[in-house]
Design a binder for this molecule. Sequence first.
Ligand code: DC
Length: 218
Amino acid sequence: MTGLVVAMDGPSGSGKSSVSRGVARALGLRYLDTGAMYRAITWWMLRQRVDLSDPEAIASRAPDPVLAIGTDPEAPLVTVDGVDVLAPIRTPEVTAAVSAVSAVPEVRRRLVAEQREIIGVGGIVVEGRDIGAVVAPEAPVKIYLTASAEARAARRTAELTGTTVEAQKAEMARRDTLDSTRRADPLSMAPGAVELDTTALNLEEVVAEVLRMIKEKV
Ligand code: DC
């Protein structure tokens, strides 16, 4: 297991984070949330008042923020220029802006390189949109998590306050369209990935199924 890389991709609300953390915990592996890295850069761009409707402005500032991200599934850590951004990267403001920032090739090039560095020799569960296709195409285990739009929106609504399932469904549909139609590394199922539909399963059942898939492969 020490050199294992598990690539976990899928749309927002498919359960990637909880499942990836659960699998990492069960196997004593590290865990990398690549979405948190795109969110952290987005938080910084908003704070620097970079014009997010201008991809060239985003590209020119992409190298500037200093990012640190932890890989302990029990102790999440994300800092930008030394500031703890764990909570602010989950705000609606960042969530609404992250697709525009993550569509810029210069941002992706930078973060993909950092993600490969962190993955290193392996022993890690990595979640995102392009892990199996771009970041770690050699990963022996690639999983593509899906769930119905209703199930995804209901899960997200339960995590948040002041929103409704209908509002979440609309917001997620907007982000999925942006993430899967962008030119640079769109969300898609990687060659060799196994699709796992989690609509009718609870967290423990999904983790158990992923552990079974890993055992089968490794
Ligand atoms: O998983 P998340 O919702 O925290 O991800 C936030 C955004 O980051 C998502 O809308 C698309 C982008 N993202 C990406 O482009 N590539 C990744 N590997 C992970 C996230």
